[in-house]
Ligand binder design. Structure first.
Ligand SMILES: CCCCCCC/C=C/C(=O)SCCNC(=O)CCNC(=O)[C@H](O)C(C)(C)COP(=O)(O)OP(=O)(O)OC[C@H]1O[C@@H](n2cnc3c(N)ncnc32)[C@H](O)[C@@H]1OP(=O)(O)O
Ligand SMILES: NC(=O)C1=CN([C@@H]2O[C@H](COP(=O)(O)OP(=O)(O)OC[C@H]3O[C@@H](n4cnc5c(N)ncnc54)[C@H](OP(=O)(O)O)[C@@H]3O)[C@@H](O)[C@H]2O)C=CC1
Length: 273
């Protein structure tokens, strides 16, 4: 795949990608090291992270590096350690991709109190923990770029009430923090992927994955689901537009992006109701 950027775009730049050991996060991390950057991937499962590091290493351009850290973004102490370890190792932090997250599918009436809390805690508080800790430990003084991976839930998302509420809160938080921290030279953006049937995503939805993923393709304007590298790169044909790299280094305002693999809202609603 051809890229629109020079291979050295990320030379000496350091980016944390939460959930970078799998799926869209790993595709993003690979994109960063292919552009000569240093990437830190973080997640709860150490084995996944170690395996992810080995896979990402094979994509490293000259000067690129990958570091794996175990971290549950719901736990502030672990997030604090992730930031400290990153800065100790690389001496700087240029970007943070809040990709770690997820949910389970359930009619709202069946979600338990603990289930609602777990999803909001992961997606909203997890992103908050990482952003505020990044601010305190590095970006408040030095600036930086933050990309929050969210959901296309702006019109609600039947079957995912907990996550839709949390992700819309993340979008709002991004705009507020984008304004509050603009003077610190911090830019915050959100990317809402369409539908990407990553191995881990399919596993997370069990029986529902057939409905959510397989049946969705017909309703996507391109008539197919996204490939993972497209989620990170927003490719068109054989040209990679390097969406996340672009956001990390070129744009200045709080903006929300949606990748090209979106269904129409009407068809999405029909699918789940
Ligand atoms: C047609 C729709 C179009 C849009 C499509 C959008 C496609 C989106 C795709 C993706 O987002 S892909 C990402 C795929 N990966 C994931 O989703 C990861 C999923 N997992 C997690 O994020 C976490 O495991 C969790 C779901 C947040 C749960 O957190 P935790 O690991 O801490 O769980 P537990 O301690 O085991 O449980 C806490 C609490 O949650 C309840 N719960 C957990 N899983 C389920 C479930 N599958 N169904 C119902 N309830 C669940 C669990 O019972 C606990 O609640 P209490 O019993 O304590 O009340
Ligand atoms: N695939 C899709 O179609 C879409 C995905 N998204 C979102 O994009 C992001 C990536 O999804 P995708 O790659 O498909 O799915 P994955 O399940 O592969 O990615 C989720 C990643 O987040 C990590 N994670 C989950 N909870 C935590 C936590 N508490 N602390 C740290 N890391 C955590 C997981 O690692 P571990 O379990 O080891 O912690 C995993 O690596 C998610 O936020 C997802 O909701 C949004 C729209 C559509």
């Amino acid at each position: 795949m051809q890229r629109i950027f020079a291979k050295t775009l990320f030379k000496n730049k350091v980016v944390i990608v939460t959930g970078g050991g799998t799926g869209i996060g790993m595709a993003t991390a690979k994109g960063i090291v292919e552009l000569s950057g240093k990437v830190v991937i973080a997640g709860r499962d150490k084995a996944r992270i170690d395996e992810g590091v080995e896979k990402i290493k094979t994509h490293c351009a000259e000067g690129a590096e990958v570091l794996g850290l175990q971290c549950n973004i719901r736990k502030r102490g672990e997030v604090s350690n992730m930031l400290t370890d990153t800065i100790d190792k690389f001496g700087r932090l240029d970007g943070l991709v809040n990709n770690g997250g997820g949910q389970f599918w359930s009619p709202a009436e069946n979600i338990s109190p603990g289930g609602f809390h777990a999803v909001v805690d992961t997606n909203l508080k997890g992103s908050w923990n990482c952003m505020q800790e990044a601010y305190h430990q590095y970006m408040g003084e030095n600036g930086g770029k933050i990309v929050n991976i969210v959901l296309m839930s702006e019109m609600g998302l039947a079957g995912m009430s907990h996550s839709a509420a949390a992700r819309e809160a993340v979008k709002n938080l991004s705009i507020t923090l984008g304004a509050e921290w603009a003077g610190n030279n911090i830019q915050i953006n959100c990317v809402a992927p369409g539908i990407f049937p990553s191995e881990t995503a399919v596993a997370a939805y069990g029986e529902q994955s057939k409905e959510i993923f397989d049946k969705s393709a017909a309703n996507v304007p391109k008539k197919r689901l996204g490939e993972l590298y497209e989620g990170a790169n927003l490719s068109e044909g054989t040209l990679s537009l390097d969406l996340i790299p672009q956001i990390l280094f070129n744009l200045t305002d709080a903006v929300q992006y949606t990748t090209g693999w979106k269904e129409t809202l009407d068809s999405r609603t029909k699918l789940v109701l």
